[in-house]
Structures are given as C-alpha cells and as structure tokens.
Design a binder for this molecule. Structure first.
Ligand SMILES: [Zn+2]
Length: 234
C-alpha cells in the first residue's frame, strides 16, 4: 500500500504531466508540493526504485505505466470525494479540495465505488476535472487553456477551473466563470490582461496567471452563428 506521501507525489506528477506533458522537473514537483528540492530528489529516488517513475537524465521524471495506475487511483478518489462533498454535503466549490486532500488517502475502493454509484457516475468533479473511471482508463481531455483556445471575439464553454489556489477559484466563481458556462474573450492586452464576457453580459479582467487556470472547449461554428442574439456582440 502506498503511503500518503507517495500518493501525493504521484498525484502531483500526474497533474503536471496532464497539463504540461512529461518530463516533470524536480523544481516543478517542489513547487506543487511546497517541498524543498532536496526532499523531492530523495522521494523521486525512492519512487524510481519502486518502478513508479522513470528518470531521464537532466530533464526530469515521467510516470511509468505502474506509476500512472497508482496516480489515477488517487486522482479518482480525490475527484469523486470532491463531487460527493459538493453534491451530497452542500460544500462550496472552494471548500472541497482541502477536505478531499485529507480524505483521499483513507477511503477504500468499495467506498469509492459506492460514492460513484450514488452520484450516478459523474464525468467530472465540481471544478470540471475529469474523473477517471473504475477501469482507470485515461479520462478524456479537459479542454485547452483559455487564451490558447480563443481569439478575441470567440466563445467557448468552460470545462474546468483549476482548484490549486483557493483565492483564484473564489474570484472565478464570483465572476461566474465555472464549468458549463459560456465565456467570450473580448480582448487580450500585450501585458497579458485578458478581458472576458460571461453569459450574463458582464465583463471581467483576468490577469494572465488567473486566465491560465481556466480551460475551455471552443464553441462550434454553428453554435456561434445561432447564438449571436446578445446585444452589442462584436
Ligand atoms: Zn481537488
């Protein structure tokens, strides 16, 4: 059985790989887990000896197939617990992550299956992150970063907002930028300020670091054409 620390490392490496692709550097892991590089280096050695990571000289590490299975198990527990807290226990989206971080190490596979059944097999957690199914097949892609996906004047559907930083998440929730909502990019300045219009017509300026936390799926051409009834559309 992996320890809590092992699970936290595998989950962090999985998250970085799914956002930026492998290899993952020691400093990326250190930043994600708020550990010193020396601590990370020694854990990476342990995980490599156990066959969960493969090390590439100078560039970083990558999950092995066994490491990916172990990471997906904890990611699945984490995201199902988040969905359960929000859906059944009335937690706010900003509150579920820390609670799930604590609980994810202590629930059985049977508990996880029952949670999944009660929630009728949800595809995503409250932030829009895809929930790996019980067979641990890789969940479907979770959209593209807002600015990369949409040029000014284009619209998309928010598919996920990162839950890494509670302040950022709260800002996005207050602005109405949550999974399932439509956003239009109005303008991107040369210094990275992204102005978006939400479905109620209000506009919000997002600093680059905040916009980076939002992933969208571009609206199909047909949707944009039939959905242009809002006044003042450019
Ligand atoms: Zn979370």
């Amino acid at each position: 059985m992996p320890t809590d620390a092992v699970e936290d490392y595998l989950k962090a490496i999985y998250r970085i790989e799914s956002r930026a692709g492998p290899p993952v550097s020691t400093s990326q892991i250190a930043e994600a887990l708020e550990k010193t590089p020396a601590t990370v280096t020694s854990m990476v050695e342990t995980l490599s000896e156990r066959g969960l990571l493969s090390r590439e000289k100078y560039t970083g590490v990558e999950l092995t197939p066994a490491g990916e299975v172990a990471a997906l198990e904890v990611v699945r527990r984490h995201r199902l617990i988040e969905a359960f807290l929000a859906d059944q226990l009335d937690y706010e989206p900003t509150e579920v992550h820390d609670e799930a971080d604590a609980l994810e190490h202590h629930v059985s596979e049977e508990f996880t299956r029952r949670v999944e059944r009660v929630l009728d097999y949800p595809a995503a957690d409250p932030h829009g992150d895809p929930i790996p199914p019980a067979d641990l097949s890789t969940p479907e892609d979770a959209g593209t970063a807002l600015v990369a996906a949409l040029d000014p004047g284009e619209r998309g559907t928010v598919v996920r907002v990162s839950d890494r930083d509670p302040d950022v998440l709260e800002f996005l929730v207050d602005a109405g930028i949550t999974p399932g909502r439509t956003v239009e990019v109005v303008d991107v300045t040369s210094f990275g300020l992204v102005t978006v219009r939400t479905s109620d017509g209000s506009e919000h300026g997002l600093p680059e670091a905040v916009a980076d936390r939002v992933s969208v799926r571009r609206a199909a051409e047909s949707t944009a054409a039939t959905d242009g009834q809002e006044a003042g559309d450019a």
